[in-house]
Design a binder for this molecule. Sequence first.
Ligand SMILES: [Zn+2]
Length: 422
Amino acid sequence: MNMTASSAHDPSAGFSGCGPLLSSVEDAAKPTRLRILEAVRATGHASRAEVAKSLQISPGTVTSVTAELISAGLLEEFERPYLNSGRGRPPVALRLVSDSHHVVGMKLSDVSHSAVVCDFAGEVRAEASIPRGQSSDGTAQSLLEEAVALFDLVTEAAGLRRSDISALGLGLPGLVDYTTGHVQWSPILTEGPVPLGPDLAARLGLPVTLDNDANLVTLAELWFGAGRAKSDFAVVTIEHGVGMGLVLGNSLFRGAMGLGMELGHTKVQLDGALCRCGQRGCLEAYVADYALVREASTAMQGPLINAAEGVVLGSLYDQAKAGNEAARSIFRRAGRFLALGLANVAHLFDPNLIILSGERMRYDLLYTEEVLAEMRMMSRNTRGRPPVVEVHAWGDKVWARGAAALALTDLTETVVRMEASA
Ligand SMILES: [Zn+2]
């Protein structure tokens, strides 16, 4: 893979907003300015009357608060020409001043790193990716250098300078402490814990928010995808490991220390297979890439014993597709463990929707109707209505957009706070 960068902005294209469409319990505690900005961002544009109605606040309050936001350069009025009947003044609506701020969202992984630049309204203005460096030694320092290089690449693709970016949101696999920006452990680092967030913030001179990558793809669903209008949903990701993100009551659930949702390390077998976390019987030890490779090395013939994980996995997939029974049975068994894990999620959280997300090629083998039927069997509750399961085979850009949503959330709160104290 090569380094790529492109600008994605098309000012003529309509942008229909982003962000959660349903309100959460936390909304009531937010300042009115913040709620108005988020409401306008969610629909792309809205009239004052629509804002008042959706937030259930008085038109007078909306008028005075939006006046402050307009003078602060965060909101602007525009005419909705398509609603103009031709008589009188065209109706006036509000939208975010998209160029008032820009953020970068970034996903770091073992194969490549991806990034997007989003404007204040949440629209993607540029994207870029770089392969993980051959010289990368897995230290925090080399990962930081790669993140900085990608930051500069995507910023340049958007026609911006480093100083034009207001915040960076960043995700990587592993145990990431959202509150401190420290990475406790990550499969793409040889050391830990490391203060990656604070180090990057110091290097780039802007606020940096870190999160687990499964939380980012969940945020992407909540901001841009099928989760925008869902109150309770889970996202399960299967790549190198098994990750999970959860939205409860319209907001992302992180647990007491931001280290929860480790579906991959929930136990599905007593004294079971050895997991890379050091414990036995974890779901990940039956479903993740390395588990399939482990099975393949014992079940399959050929010169694959010493091949790289990706090569073994590709070959296993090809052989299963071609009808090789041993290869098929490996996927079938992994699929049954996956069904078990998903049924547990359904029983614990009663989500409206479970989204299976990722882009690995084997998805069509692992997520067969057979697997989903087994999951439905195991999660049948008293109502007899298991959650809907959807497969979203999204690429890394979507994870990076989730990281941008993380940065935008924090940035918007900060901007509102600063305006209030100005
Ligand atoms: Zn484990």
